[in-house]
Design a protein around this ligand. Structure first.
Ligand code: MG
Length: 374
């Protein structure tokens, strides 16, 4: 860890935990939060949750777990460069996707649709719910009792209606203030990680090609650089050399522009950071290039007909599970049945959201196939 900037988050000045605890003898408060996240059951399930490609489609594709690790690694690097607290960014990064449903965005959209009359479903809000309520492992509290700073970082966006019900972490959406720089940069690390690993996975799957990607300036520029330096490189190395340069281009731009913004606003404390507009951002030029890349991926990968086919199956599975459990809560494990007596729809949503891809597929088969009944 290098020297902390005066406007970095500091574990000794944390806004604290909901339930007060004595400090750890060996770890600062943010390290302790990170460790609790890694020891949670929701974290282990990330291994079998879809990022873009469903888990069983191939062993080399990113899962939510490897995605979260990539985000943590990039976030730490950026934090270190800017003099911010690495442990806090790491904790936020490792927790940011804990609330994801099985089957990626298709699963979340389907569950949100099922929950339309019951307050909706949003994976970001669900990540917070996991760490605040759903992990039932500690004697003295529900959830992981994380510091305010980690919870603030997990809640990236939030509607005004939801913000009013969330207490301390919802307040900034009502006041229109900013979160810590650590939270801001982890959000960008998430985006840099998924755009680039989705290119890598997209090429590996054959759903997109290098030729197609050459329409994207950020890819084309870096590809040209690699080809000029190594004219005879085989495809696998060519892709990796290009993608690593893209990541580097984005990270360096983000650090440079953000350092410039910080220098201009001269924050002296984290309280100043919260009052100022968000200071972590790409330069205008890079923001435009990054947007083009996202648009490319949406059109050519996320809406590729083969991805759509898997998404359509995922939507059907989530919908049918929801209907089956909602109509008959006694089909759920005991703890969810008990919970369903107070809030049936939310109990069903929490149960489904916690499933891994393969667990959801198995549950669906058990419920709808006569041959498999246990
Ligand atoms: Mg993510």
């Amino acid at each position: 860890m290098n020297t902390l900037a005066p406007y970095a988050a500091h574990p000794e000045h944390s806004l604290g935990r909901v339930v007060t605890e004595p400090p750890s003898a060996t770890r600062n408060a943010f390290q302790r939060d990170r460790d609790r996240i890694i020891h949670s059951t929701a974290f282990r399930r990330l291994e079998y949750k879809t990022q873009v490609f469903v888990n069983h489609e191939g062993d080399l594709f990113r899962t939510r777990l490897t995605h979260s690790l990539e985000v943590a690694q990039m976030a730490r690097g950026i934090a270190r460069t800017l003099g911010l607290h690495e442990d806090l960014t790491e904790a936020i990064a490792l927790a940011h996707d804990l609330g994801h449903t099985p089957f990626g965005h298709a699963g979340q959209d389907a569950l949100n649709e099922c929950m339309r009359d019951f307050g909706g479903f949003e994976h970001n809000l669900q990540s917070l719910r996991v760490v605040e309520q759903l992990e039932l492992r500690y004697a003295e509290f529900d959830g992981l009792n994380l510091t305010f700073e980690v919870r603030e970082g997990i809640l990236k966006h939030c509607s005004i209606k939801n913000a009013k019900q969330l207490g301390d972490v919802g307040q900034r959406f009502l006041d229109k203030t900013s979160p810590s720089l650590e939270a801001q940069l982890t959000n960008y690390a998430d985006e840099i990680a998924y755009n680039n690993h989705d290119i890598d996975d997209g090429l590996r799957s054959g759903l997109i090609t290098i030729d197609q990607l050459s329409q994207v300036e950020l890819f084309a520029n870096n590809l040209a650089e690699v080809k000029a330096k190594y004219p005879k490189l085989e495809k696998r190395r060519l892709i990796h050399e290009t993608v690593r340069r893209m990541i580097n281009t984005l990270v360096v731009d983000l650090c440079t522009q953000s350092a410039h913004n910080i220098a201009q606003h001269q924050p002296r404390s984290i309280a100043d950071i919260r009052r100022l507009p968000q200071l972590i951002e790409f330069s205008q030029k890079m923001a435009a290039q990054n947007l083009k890349l996202k648009q490319f991926l949406r059109k050519n990968l996320y809406q590729h007909y083969k991805v759509n086919r898997m998404s359509a199956k995922a939507v059907r599975i989530v919908r049918e599970l929801f209907t089956a459990f909602y109509d008959n809560p006694s089909l759920m494990p005991n703890e969810f049945q008990v919970y369903a007596t107070t809030d049936k729809a939310r109990a069903v949503a929490d149960y489904i959201a916690g499933m891994t891809d393969r667990y959801a597929i198995r549950e669906h088969r058990k419920l709808f196939t006569v041959e498999e009944y246990l």
